[in-house]
Every structure is written in C-alpha cells, then in structure tokens.
Design a binder for this molecule. Structure first.
Ligand SMILES: [Zn+2]
Length: 251
C-alpha cells in the first residue's frame, strides 16, 4: 500500500469513528450541562437555607427580648402597687413607659423578620422545585448517554481499533499532520484533487476549492509515497484512481 492509499484508508476509518462518537459526545455534553445547572440550583438552595436559618435565629432572639421586656414591665408594675412615695412611683412609671416604647419597636422588627422568614421559605420551596425538575432532566440526559453507548459502543470500539491499526501503519510525522488537520477541519484532513479543466491543467483542492499547481498533481501521480499538501489550506491531498488514469491516458 502506498502512503496515499494508507491515508485514504485512515481518513475513511477516522470518519466512521467520528460519526459514531458524535452522538455519544453530544449526549455526554448534554448530560454535563444539565448536571452543572443542577449543581447551581443546589448551591442556591443551600444559600437560601442558610439565609432562612439566620432569619429564624434573629426572629427568635427578638421574640425573647420582647418576653424579657414583658416580664420586666410586670415586675415594675407590681412594685408600683407597693411604693409609698410619689417620686418613686413616677420613676417606675417612666421606666415602664420607656420600656413600652422600646418594646413596640422591637415588636415591629420581629414582625418584619417573620415576614422575611416567610419570604425566604417561599423562595426555598421554589428552589426545591427547580432542583426536582432539573433532577428529571439530568436523569433523562443520563439515560440518553446509556442508550447512545449501548447503540454505538461495541461498533465504536471495533471501528476505533480498525482506525488505530490503520494509523499505526502511517509514519509518525505524517500521522501527526493528519491528526492536527483532522482536529482543525472536523475530520476532513484529507482532500481529493478535483479537475476543473484538463486541457488547461487546472486542478483544485476538494476541501478549500483553491487552485492546486499542476506540479503537485503530478507529484501525487508519480510519487504516491510522498506527503503532498494543499498550498492553501495545508490539508493532505490525494488523487482518485479514476482521475489518475484519466490524466495518464491523456498524456
Ligand atoms: Zn485546500
């Protein structure tokens, strides 16, 4: 087998592998995307959960302070019943009134805090629903990956082994060019020469459609063990048997 024949074979086997793995890759990518979103929703849920805790602690602290103030007011009132001097009575009354004003403020604050607790609870419930919906999407995406694997898995392994065997026959430096071009051009590393006008010896690259000098076309025919690249897109050029014979016959 000439180098060119090896490259044509490698290209065909590589194209099969790429085609098969495309579905698998797409399914795997979808799974990853859905899982990343699920992670995000879980983090949001955790943040809301922490927020709820903080609000609840604050609300219960405020409630405790109100209760303490109530009991202090009770104590002061009892003392007011037993005092004998007006001055002492007035002082106690002033303290009771001041406490009542302060207590009113703290009660308002408590109500605000409890309203916030309710708000965060609602957000938390929404976050929980989002997580559950997303979990369904993740499960669906995971099923798709399993199905895609089951469908192409064995065939893909087989095709990959054939591709790798063909690649092993190609010299390392040529293979590295093939792989680089296949990466750059989504598997289209090898392009056939196309004939535009035989009489005027006009040929183009089947990949980029730019002119290929006739010297390179001749090199493809006379030196099939050499690597010939497109001067424009740098991909590996090959020539079909039909075109080779047609050009040979014309000479
Ligand atoms: Zn080209």
């Amino acid at each position: 087998m000439t180098l060119q024949e090896q490259l044509v074979e490698l290209h065909e086997l590589d194209a099969r592998v790429r085609g098969m793995s495309r579905r698998l890759k797409a399914a795997t990518a979808r799974q990853k995307t859905t899982e990343t979103r699920l992670d995000l929703f879980r983090r949001q849920h955790q943040e809301l959960h922490d927020q709820l805790r903080a609000c609840q602690v604050k609300a219960s602290t405020l409630e405790k302070r109100v209760a303490e103030m109530d009991s202090r007011i009770d104590t002061l009132r009892q003392r007011m019943n037993s005092v004998t001097s007006n001055k002492e009575y007035s002082a106690l009354l002033l303290e009771v009134n001041t406490l009542k004003v302060d207590k009113g403020k703290i009660e308002d604050e408590t109500l605000e805090q409890m309203a916030q607790v309710e708000q965060v609870k609602q957000k938390l419930a929404e976050a929980q629903r989002r997580i559950e919906d997303q979990q369904k999407l993740v499960a669906g995406a995971q099923r798709e990956v399993v199905e895609a694997r089951a469908e192409v898995g064995a065939k893909l392994d087989e095709a990959t082994a054939l591709r790798d065997a063909a690649a092993a026959n190609v010299p390392a430096e040529v293979l590295s060019i093939f792989n680089r071009m296949a990466e750059l051009f989504d598997g289209e590393a090898v392009c056939g020469i196309e004939e535009q006008d035989r009489r005027r010896m006009e040929y183009t690259c089947g990949g980029c459609y730019m002119t290929v000098p006739v010297e390179r076309v001749n090199a493809l025919i006379t030196r099939p063990n050499e690597l010939i690249l497109c001067p424009n897109c740098s991909r590996i050029l090959t020539i079909s048997t039909d075109l080779k014979q047609a050009i040979g016959a014309a000479k």
